[in-house]
Design a protein around this ligand. Structure first.
Ligand SMILES: Nc1ncnc2c1ncn2[C@@H]1O[C@H](COP(=O)(O)OP(=O)(O)O)[C@@H](O)[C@H]1O
Ligand SMILES: [Mg+2]
Length: 324
């Protein structure tokens, strides 16, 4: 079965150019986002998730630089278009809810003014009435009452602010939406509300969505496929059911075995050892110092992300050899 691809990322590399070396925050990342699917990207803090998301929007800032690769949206490689063309694609075709966005709403502007600014930036010539109608429509879509339009951010709870940010991201009904840690800093109940809001929006717009997070339990319930990042690389990609029932990569196996039970919330903290510094990566497979089954080859050769089954890819010499 072939599925329509909404976003195709090929061999993407993003480096931070520090004083004496390049930090490979996104290192040769390749994946597809299928039309209408929800893809989760998980990984420990510092593994390159936000850098990847920003690069997909071309919103990365120096010292980050895209060193190579392709980001194909529809028919277009958006890494090749000029700034003006990118400005037209951004928010209308692909949209983004940045990490921590609920804390970056303008504190001295009412919600309706922040939303009307976002609408006016793209829809010239709309009447005030049309803009107001659109604001109540957008608030309704994220489950907020129209009365919050007249409020300031400090009058809203964290979950409400996050839903305003989701509303701001869908002003132009994008085909693809990237949400970077949309539930961090919220309590468990509110996290579920926010995830449900994202799911509703994704279905209403029939959009493809990338949800970045580090809460495996929440991810298990809210995405179709999961991709795992480790030290700048994507090391495991799998449908969520097989990911949890039969994880392939030893890192994924450890992530899952550290989960108390499928329903409990758990963050990625339970793995022995430390994630390596991107400034001083181990030789071979970056995971080998923490891997319980590593062999000599793992110390010497970087395992490529290889297709293991029709819908699964993993970057592990031993998984590959076992299945050969
Ligand atoms: N402004 C920066 N300057 C230099 N290096 C950075 C900068 N921001 C991030 N990095 C590097 O990129 C890595 C990935 O960061 P990030 O994409 O924010 O990870 P994540 O979102 O997974 O926590 C970090 O571990 C750090 O080494
Ligand atoms: Mg991040």
């Amino acid at each position: 079965m072939t599925q329509d691809v909404s976003l195709q990322v090929n061999n993407l590399r993003v480096h931070y150019h520090t004083q004496d070396q390049a930090v490979k925050a996104v290192d040769d990342v390749t994946f597809s986002l299928y039309a209408g699917e929800r893809l989760g990207i998980v990984g420990e803090s510092g593994s390159g998730k936000s850098t990847l998301a920003l690069a997909l929007m071309r919103l990365h800032k120096p010292p980050a630089k895209i060193e190579g690769g392709e980001v194909i949206l529809g028919e277009t490689d958006i890494l090749k278009v000029n700034r003006e063309q990118m400005r037209q694609v951004r928010w209308s075709e692909i949209s983004f809810i940045p990490q921590g966005s609920m804390n970056s709403l303008n504190p001295v502007m009412k919600i309706k003014h922040q939303m009307s600014d976002a609408i006016k930036a793209h829809q010239q010539g709309w009447t005030q009435q049309k803009i107001s109608d659109r604001i109540s429509d957008l608030l309704g879509r994220v489950g907020l009452s129209n009365s919050i339009a007249d409020m300031y951010p400090h009058e809203l709870s964290g979950g409400m602010k996050q839903r305003v940010c989701i509303a701001l991201a869908i002003v132009l009904e994008p085909r693809a939406i990237i949400a970077d840690e949309p539930t961090s800093a919220l309590d468990v109940v509110v996290q579920r509300v926010v995830i449900q809001t994202l799911n509703d929006i994704q279905q209403q717009l029939n959009a493809a969505m990338i949800i970045i997070g580090h809460d495996m339990g929440l991810m298990a319930q809210s995405v179709d496929r999961l991709a795992v990042m480790y030290a700048g690389k994507m090391v495991d990609v799998s449908p969520v059911s097989s990911f949890f029932n039969d994880p392939l990569h030893p890192y994924s196996q450890l992530l899952i075995s550290s989960l108390p039970s499928p329903d409990e919330k758990r963050e990625l903290t339970g793995i022995p050892g430390m994630q390596p510094s991107l400034l001083d990566l181990p030789s071979g497979c970056a995971f080998h110092p923490r891997c319980p089954i590593a062999v000599e080859k793992c110390r010497q050769q970087i395992p490529p992300l290889r297709q293991i089954e029709e819908s699964r890819r993993t970057a592990c010499h031993l998984v590959e050899e076992k299945l050969r």
